[in-house]
Write a protein that binds this ligand. Structure first.
Ligand SMILES: Nc1ncnc2c1ncn2[C@@H]1O[C@H](COP(=O)(O)OP(=O)(O)O)[C@@H](O)[C@H]1O
Ligand SMILES: [Mg+2]
Length: 263
């Protein structure tokens, strides 16, 4: 049995004119919150979209609980127990919260073929309550705040029994208070054994919720650290990189003898 819930090996993905991912490795442990950091354009979202089946990989392998899997569509990813929450809701604003939570796996009476709305509403209510939300699941999704819509997406992930929940920059559109609430929810999901991949630019998020952090830069895997092993300077360095000639002045032929004197 593998130590990892999810393992990605040598993942590469190109778009016309850009190698968005170049041999990226990644391992997610059971029940951990793994934060992925990197500058804009580092390849974070592309990496997530490969796990969620939005993009297919050019090269590399994906293992779930040690078993090689093919993820070709979002449906494949959902069926494997993976759910994603994006910065902005991808739900249907005109439909109720309940409909959004259960879309694709509605509760239906086998014999009469009727949709069991009351059962779905009460289950939706249960999920929302477990996430500390108190709005009515009968309201339209579009009537809710961004933070509330994210909670609906998390409730949806719980309703599909997702074992891996991925959040792509979820705090970017939230206020500080809403972010703190989301961080609490992440802690609670983790206590229930869910493994979480969390993408963020914010160091506060990272220091608050991460067990480990992985840094990507220019589509390349830079490294993975336990939270306690790394400070924000180290992470910035890993994210932006540092050319060797910024540390040492470039050596030209004229002053090479000087350098020899020093060393
Ligand atoms: N659908 C796409 N088509 C073409 N280029 C893309 C597409 N998605 C991402 N890219 C490019 O791939 C690189 C990585 O982007 P992305 O994964 O969104 O980075 P991040 O989420 O870290 O900001 C960028 O250069 C971006 O412009
Ligand atoms: Mg992104």
């Amino acid at each position: 049995m593998s130590d990892y819930v999810l393992e990605m090996k040598g993942i590469s993905k190109s778009f016309p004119g850009v190698k968005a991912l170049d041999g990226v490795n990644f391992q997610l442990k059971s029940g951990e919150t793994h934060v992925i950091m990197g500058e804009n354009g580092a390849g974070k979202s592309t990496f997530i979209k490969i796990i969620t089946g939005v993009h297919t990989l050019d090269e590399g392998e994906i293992y779930l609980y040690g078993k090689k899997v093919n993820i070709k569509t979002p449906r494949d990813s959902l069926n494997l127990g993976i759910a994603a929450i994006y910065q902005h809701s991808t739900g249907y604003p005109d439909l109720s919260v309940t409909a959004n939570i259960f879309i694709g796996h509605e509760k239906i009476n086998k014999y009469s073929k009727t949709i069991l709305w009351n059962r779905m509403h009460s289950e939706a209510e249960k999920y929302l309550k477990s996430l500390g939300a108190d709005f009515d699941p009968r309201v339209q999704l579009g009537a809710l705040s961004v933070a509330q819509q994210q909670i609906v997406e998390i409730a949806k992930a719980l309703s599909t029994n997702a074992k891996i929940i991925i959040m792509d920059e979820p705090t970017a559109a939230l206020t500080k208070r809403e972010s703190e609430k989301l961080n609490k929810i992440v802690e609670q999901l983790k206590e229930n054994g869910t493994s979480i991949i969390f993408i963020s630019h914010r160091f506060e998020d990272m220091f608050r919720i991460a067990d480990r952090v992985t840094v990507l830069r220019d589509g390349k895997y830079i490294g993975t650290w336990n939270k306690g092993e790394i400070n924000s300077n180290d992470i910035i360095l890993a994210m932006v990189g540092r050319e060797i000639n910024q540390i040492f002045p470039p050596i030209d032929k004229e002053n090479i003898d000087e350098w020899k004197d020093i060393y």
